[in-house]
Design a protein around this ligand. Structure first.
Ligand code: ARG
Length: 444
């Protein structure tokens, strides 16, 4: 993060030579200077997620979607007389911070339609739901999400629609289908054998697993999701059971990594978590049953835990009404409390714990409700905010793009009223959202 360059920025602004300044700074060299689109954002305060501090009077300049300067002090004068296309967004008294990152969502799922009720809707309905959910997500301040499993390549479709500007939504890192084994958490176990219902992404054995990863990449995957253990919402699985061998996991990881993709493993049980770490995955999703050895292994291997510790509340309060199977409710009662204690243990041990909510288990747009729960179970507010910004960006391998208000990253900036490093619950009330320099929400 650049500091103390406010004066320089101001001088240059006064000359009206924005584009010259930007070019001189070696930034935005691709765009012809004459057409550069610049927006200057000022606010009362800024959460610097890289340093874990709050600074005053930030001035952030975004050109062609990327941040080109971050300074503090008096906001520069801009106006038509400068001759350049400079927009201004002033957020007096508000606190800005980088757009939030959720490492685990399912944009094409709806919490309100659970269990067998999903069969009342046609296949493409879920893509339509995804359009609404994408808007709710970005308006809640989440400008980047990893979509860890959807059917019909609907997450790729959503990403394409958002990037073309057809519909609003976050930057999506799509996994396409979650890869799983027969009868496992990512299979469809809801119907009797005569229906022959199964997930399209079942793969067992070396050749099938490797082919599956390549196929997902071919059709737009940017991350690979595997189901290494049973789960809460799948029928006929237990959360503790390991469902993939270390060798199977290794096959997936080897191909994913040579293709430049990270691997996220759904894993609740301790054996499955350890198998996934041994197999070389990059993040463990849920990570409910963590013993000390699993935490140590993850730290040594640089594996991040992405733990969805808000949704227990929602499922236990609303699940039955939404049609969630009694079997799943029972599993939630069993696993929720244990997962939260594992979270506490992992944070205390200094493991890398990032923000992953599993939105779709609860309604999209409520993602930030997990932040106060993360603080309740052992993080400081700053740690929780970093888990959803700079640390998430690191786990994504996207430190050049997202997760901080810093030169070179996207102009993904959100604002709240108040100081979230003191009271992180105010993140559930994001008033302003900018994505890539474009204002997505302005509800001040
Ligand atoms: N998708 C996960 C599963 O079905 C959700 C688990 C939710 N519960 C929890 N305590 N994290 O297993």
């Amino acid at each position: 993060m650049q500091r103390g360059c406010g004066v320089r920025a101001l001088d240059i602004l006064k000359t009206g030579r924005w584009t010259a300044y930007i070019a001189a700074a070696g930034l935005a060299l691709h765009a012809p200077a004459a057409y550069a689109d610049t927006v200057v954002v000022t606010a009362g305060h800024m959460v610097d997620t890289l340093n874990g501090t709050v600074t005053d009077n930030p001035v952030v300049t975004v050109t062609d979607g990327r941040i080109v300067s971050v300074s503090s002090g008096t906001a520069p004068e801009t106006g038509p007389e400068t001759g350049d296309d400079v927009r201004r967004v002033d957020l007096p008294g508000m606190t800005i911070m980088p757009g939030l990152i959720d490492m685990h969502v399912h944009l094409t799922g709806l919490a309100e339609i659970g269990g067998y009720r999903t069969f009342q809707y046609t296949d493409a309905f879920w893509t339509v739901a995804g359009v609404a959910n994408a808007r709710a997500t970005v308006e809640a301040g989440f400008t980047t999400v990893r979509n860890l499993g959807s059917s019909d390549y609907a997450d790729v479709a959503l990403k394409q629609g958002i990037e073309r500007g057809l519909v609003p939504g976050p930057r999506i890192v799509p996994a396409t289908y979650a890869i799983g084994v027969t009868g496992g958490h990512c299979d469809n176990n809801f119907l009797p054998p005569s229906y022959d219902a199964k997930s399209e992404a079942l793969a067992e054995g070396k050749a099938a697993l490797r082919a599956r990863v390549r196929e997902h990449r071919k059709y737009g995957a940017e991350v690979i999701k595997i189901c290494a253990t049973g789960g809460v919402f799948s029928k006929g699985t237990t959360v503790g059971e390991q469902q993939m061998t270390v060798d199977e996991i290794r096959d997936v990881v080897e191909i994913a990594h040579i293709l430049g993709m990270k691997v996220a493993a759904h894993a609740h049980g301790n054996d499955g978590i350890k198998a996934a770490i041994r197999g070389g995955v990059d993040t463990i999703e849920h990570a409910s049953y963590l013993d000390d050895e699993a935490i140590r292994m993850a730290k040594e291997a640089g594996v991040a835990f992405s733990m969805d510790i808000y949704n227990t509340e929602y499922t236990l309060a609303e699940g039955e009404k939404n049609g969630v199977l009694e079997e799943s409710l029972a599993k939630e009662r069993q696993v929720g409390g244990i997962q939260r204690e594992s979270f506490r243990k992992a944070v205390k041990a200094g493991a890398n714990v990032v923000f992953g909510s599993d939105a779709a288990i609860f309604p999209h747009g409520l993602n930030a409700r997990q932040l106060p729960v993360m603080v309740r179970f052992g993080m400081t507010p700053v740690q929780a905010l970093q888990a959803a910004t700079s640390e998430a960006a690191r786990a994504l391998g996207r430190e050049n793009d997202v997760g901080a208000i810093a030169v070179g990253r996207y102009g993904d900036i959100i604002a709240v009223q108040g100081n979230p490093t003191q009271d992180v619950s105010i993140m559930t009330n994001v008033r302003f959202v900018m994505k890539g320099g474009e204002v997505v929400k302005n509800a001040r």
